[in-house]
Design a protein around this ligand. Structure first.
Ligand SMILES: Cc1cc2nc3c(=O)[nH]c(=O)nc-3n(C[C@H](O)[C@H](O)[C@H](O)COP(=O)(O)OP(=O)(O)OC[C@H]3O[C@@H](n4cnc5c(N)ncnc54)[C@H](O)[C@@H]3O)c2cc1C
Length: 467
């Protein structure tokens, strides 16, 4: 007789552990399976967690693993000699909706510690964790309803609801017939290198108030992040699979070589006495459409398995956790109502659509087009980097300032068609789809400005302008 429980969760990543924790808290007999010897063993090693996670999940206040609060972000523009031409750095804005958002951008942690922290919460809530267990297949009844899973040891375990939290490739989603493999334009390959650096050196050279995330762009590789982590940092970039195949693209390895050889990165590595520790290549879904088929007869998909990473930057951990919680809540309601078929599990879709996940997918195509067309399109930076670098030319001491100012304006005039085309291609569709009343807002602002009679400086300080 096969073993029978209420809820089976495949995967002990952030989505799976929160699903298992929530199901167990609802009194459901729950097993969650992890193919790794421990949760987090198979994850990309470092990540950033958003401040809102501390508001959405009360247990985050108990997070007890080493972490860095990121107080600065920076963008660096490099040319085709891999030298830095322009950079800017910013701190959390006072537009942030709540105090933590105005204090830091992210909390950076290593995934093994984080995944184990979440899995322990699920175990403490009463879920059973089975590690070193690969789920090889799903069990179906005669009508095709998912009624359980089969492990790599051949065990058959039945569950009233199966939650697939098995990440980007999600064998379970495909076996359940909810979708085929992601198309090459729906999934990215993220290549990254983890560097270790002595903690004492990081604190001597940088210090907690300056922990930062950096983005480097150049004509020689797609936008690359450098994220500072406790005792090291992570260097990585991603690209959609179909774009790696384009004629002008280099291989992931060649891109990574360019990144690591770039002057700013070499300086960073040398300054921190850093050494490469681990190399990873992971798949990450990045959809330009709203996720589809996230539930079926006896089954729910969460996190990467469902395609939930946000369409702008593929931030996925928070959404995996939110969807894991919704999935377990829906499973509990369906089990209580005695209907775990697709109709009983359908409320899951309404739940995530009404949440921040649904909100992120208001403009999926427009976000993806913007990211793909700018940050993941290296040749664009042959043009964009000089345009940005000319921004301060008026202040140059190379000639009288007014002459430089006029030269700069003329240069921007020449580039205007390119910049307008850029705005037309990427910004206008985004604003239209998001419902930003662009024309009306601009007219209102212009009208207000025209009505201002008093001559003041733009900062509002009268006398700022000389008569
Ligand atoms: C390099 C990289 C950096 C990233 N950085 C960030 C970041 O900074 N912030 C952020 O929010 N997001 C980031 N993401 C995205 C984020 O990692 C994912 O969105 C998130 O991990 C999804 O969680 P999940 O629980 O759905 O899946 P996963 O975290 O992938 O967990 C799936 C789990 O299931 C297990 N598993 C898989 N198949 C089976 C099976 N058949 N049987 C048993 N177990 C199985 C796996 O071993 C794994 O533990 C990054 C992604 C990558 C690749």
């Amino acid at each position: 007789m096969p073993e029978k429980v209420d809820v089976l969760v495949v995967g002990a990543g952030p989505g799976g552990s929160i699903a298992a924790k929530t199901a167990a808290e609802k009194g459901l007999k729950t097993i969650f399976f992890e193919r790794g010897a421990q949760p987090g063993d198979k994850a990309a090693s470092g990540c950033g967690l958003p401040p809102r996670m501390w508001r959405e999940f009360d247990f985050m206040k108990d997070l007890d693993i080493p972490s860095y609060k990121i107080k600065y972000q920076a963008l660096h523009l490099l040319d085709d000699t891999l030298g830095e031409r322009f950079s800017m750095r910013w701190s959390p804005s006072d537009l942030g909706e709540y105090p933590e958002a105005r204090e830091y951008f992210q909390v950076n942690v290593y995934r093994p510690g984080f995944d184990r922290f979440l899995a322990k919460l699920a175990v403490n809530a009463g879920a059973e964790l089975r590690t070193s267990t690969l789920i090889e297949n799903v069990l179906k009844d005669d009508a095709g309803k998912i009624i359980g899973v089969v492990t790599d040891k051949g065990e058959k375990i039945e569950g009233k609801v199966t939650i697939a939290a098995d990440g980007a490739t999600s064998k379970i989603a495909c076996q359940a017939g909810l979708r085929k493999k992601w198309r090459p334009d729906e999934i990215t390959l993220v290549v990254d290198c983890d560097f270790s650096a002595p903690e004492a050196r990081i604190n001597e050279i940088i210090g907690p108030e300056e922990y930062s995330n950096h983005v480097y762009v150049s004509p020689l590789y797609p936008a690359t992040y450098v994220a500072m982590m406790p005792g090291g940092f992570h260097v990585g970039f991603g690209q959609w699979l179909d774009r790696y195949k384009s004629a002008s693209a280099l291989s992931p390895y060649e891109y990574l070589q360019n990144v690591i050889q770039s002057k700013p990165l070499q300086q960073f590595i040398q300054k921190l006495h850093a050494t490469p520790r681990e190399f990873h290549a992971h798949l990450l879904p990045w959809l330009s459409h709203v996720p589809e088929n996230t539930f079926g007869d006896g089954i729910l998909l969460v996190g990467d398995a469902a395609g939930f990473p946000c369409p702008l930057e593929a931030e996925g951990i928070n959404y995996a956790m939110i969807s894991g919680r919704f999935a377990a809540q829906t499973a509990a309601e369906a089990i209580a109502a005695g209907n775990t078929s697709a109709t009983g599990l359908q409320p899951y879709e309404a739940k995530w659509q009404a949440s921040t996940i649904g909100e992120e997918f208001t403009t999926p195509k427009e976000w993806v087009d913007l990211w793909a067309g700018i940050f993941f399109d290296p040749p664009q930076w042959n043009k964009l980097t000089p345009i940005a670098n000319n921004l301060m030319f008026w202040a140059s001491w190379s000639a009288p300032h007014i002459r430089n100012f006029k030269r700069e304006l003329a240069n921007y005039g020449e580039n205007l068609p390119f910049l307008l085309e850029f705005a037309k291609t990427y910004l206008v569709p985004l604003m239209k789809k998001a419902g930003v009343p662009l024309g009306r807002t601009m007219l209102k602002v212009a009208w207000k400005w025209l009505k201002t009679k008093k001559k003041t400086s733009p900062t509002g300080v009268t006398g700022g302008m000389r008569k």
